[in-house]
Design a protein around this ligand. Structure first.
Ligand SMILES: [Zn+2]
Length: 503
């Protein structure tokens, strides 16, 4: 037989569509071509595969070799097809029996010495193959983790020759599974570390409970970064689906963070592609790596407008579309946004001890740097002051709950919100919001007076109602009452927003 068909997988976002590697050994002058690949890409593949076959003491078939990857319209790049091409050549030239490849898929890069190397995206490929009921032939490296996550049958080997030996066995050994992930692993600073900041601690618990995005305004060194990194530790353990999506994306970008909701804090000088996704290989960006966890944007005003404007789509849909050449991939990006900014360019505005020298005009331009549509999606805006020094040094936690206690409460509250309205309080809007709040007549009258007195816009009123709904949930009340609204109104908004922080 001078033909062979080997199953493998391509990569499109988190999916791994099936690809068949077709090998034909033709008569005529010896040659090697890969249909649809450029001459230089073909030369590279031939170089690696030929060296690997020869280094494994196998024979390079001296035929006119044609390789076709079907279907042709799928995005196909990278050396991940080395292994299936090599095995296809061995089957077509009858150095490996046909039965060795039946019901099995193969993926992996080959080294010149015949070694099989792991590659990014192997997890998605192994998962898809396992779902299709196939065993996988792949690199040894990282296999036990992939076996744990996919529960697949993985035949692994360090090099081509030992893989062939494994494949010839009637019952090959499958890679053993490692220890499963620990879903209760929360490597984050504890809430009790935020000393002398009761307002901040309360805001963090509210944010965690209702899923509200949070904007902190305050001078440098007030603990904004610490506060943001506490938040993922207050969130419930991630659902299995989110964990799987996260692991697939981490595998694609080559990250090995495991367990707990993620915390990502990209710098404002990062490129738009690295933040949003879509480098040359259409990889997921920072916002996707924060999926299920917290995305922290420190010094919000320093981020390029393009980035802040593009955040609107994932904030609304929990998804981001990433374009590459003719293909569009979609990655999940359901994160909780925590943003921080200084009160003015020098950071001293509102400081009782030191004087800010920024002109009012400069302060106005500074805070206008963040787009309205973005701040509209942030329910909680808080302004922070430096805590008194004696509190910072105090050994007592000031009655502050630990992160673990808050997390247990948050888990319960989020469950109740979903039972009541099928979403978190953050996602309530219009009639659903009013229905969920169940305002009594006197509460409604009080709110109307407060809105008029504080000159709040409709959007700002809705944001505070959502926060009040969360506060009512936290105190176990069915309807939102005046005390909840009062507290919601004390979360003072930054002057950048539509109602100029009037409380
Ligand atoms: Zn200033």
């Amino acid at each position: 037989m001078h033909l062979a068909f080997i199953q493998t997988r391509s990569q499109a976002g988190l999916l791994a569509p099936e690809v068949i590697v077709e090998i034909h050994l033709g008569s005529g002058l010896p040659g090697f071509q890969v249909v649809g690949f450029s001459e230089s890409a073909t030369r590279q593949i031939r170089g690696r595969v030929r060296s690997a076959i020869l280094s494994s003491h196998l024979k390079w078939p001296d035929f006119n070799i044609t390789v076709n990857l079907a279907p042709t319209e799928l995005p196909k790049e990278g050396p991940r097809y080395d292994l299936p091409i090599a095995l296809g050549l061995l089957v077509a030239s009858q150095q490996l029996p046909q039965r060795c490849i039946v019901g099995r898929e193969f993926f992996g890069e080959l080294g010149l010495d015949g070694g099989i190397h792991a590659f990014r995206g192997a997890l998605a490929a192994a998962l898809a193959a396992t779902r299709a009921g196939h065993a996988c032939g792949m690199a040894h490296q990282g296999a036990s983790e992939i076996a744990t996550l996919t529960e697949g049958r993985l035949i692994t080997a360090p090099d081509l020759l030992s893989l062939c030996a494994q494949l010839k066995k009637a019952d090959p050994e499958y890679a053993p599974r490692g220890t499963p992930l620990n879903p209760d692993h929360f490597p984050y600073p504890d809430l009790s570390q935020l000393k002398g900041q009761p307002l901040l601690c309360k805001a963090l618990e509210v944010a965690a409970t209702g899923g509200h995005h949070l904007l902190m305004t305050g001078p440098p060194g007030v603990g904004k970064t610490l506060a943001a990194s506490v938040l993922p530790g207050l969130l419930p353990p991630l659902p299995d689906k989110t964990v799987q999506e996260l692991l697939l994306m981490q595998d694609i970008v080559g990250l090995t963070e495991r367990g707990g909701p993620p915390f990502r804090a990209p710098h404002h000088s990062s490129s738009v592609a690295s933040l949003m996704g879509g480098t040359a290989r259409a990889l997921p960006g920072e916002i996707s790596m924060a999926h299920g966890g917290v995305l922290f944007l420190d010094e919000l005003t320093e981020f390029p407008h393009a980035v802040l404007n593009q955040l609107r789509q994932p904030l609304e849909t929990g998804l981001i579309r990433v374009n590459r050449a003719q293909h569009q991939h979609q990655y999940p990006a359901q994160f909780q946004l925590v943003a921080a900014m200084n009160p003015c360019p020098c950071g001293l505005a509102g400081d009782p001890d030191r004087r800010c020298r920024c002109t009012p005009d400069r302060i106005r331009r500074y805070s206008q740097g963040i787009s309205g549509p973005l701040t509209d999606r942030i329910d909680l805006h808080i302004t922070l002051q430096r805590p008194p020094p004696e509190l910072l040094l105090s050994k007592s936690t000031g009655g502050q709950s630990s992160s673990g206690d808050v997390r247990n409460r948050v888990t319960l509250m989020r469950q109740r919100q979903r039972e009541r309205q099928d979403c978190l309080n953050r996602d309530l809007s219009g009639d659903n919001l009013l229905k969920a709040c169940q305002l009594k007549n006197d509460t409604e009258r009080w709110l109307i007076r407060a809105v008029a007195k504080l000159n709040l816009s409709a959007r700002s009123t809705h944001r505070r109602l959502k926060v009040a709904r969360t506060l009512a949930d936290m105190s176990g009340d069915r309807s939102v009452a005046i005390p909840h609204l009062k507290t919601a109104l004390t979360f003072r908004e930054a002057p950048s927003t539509d109602d100029a922080g009037a409380v």
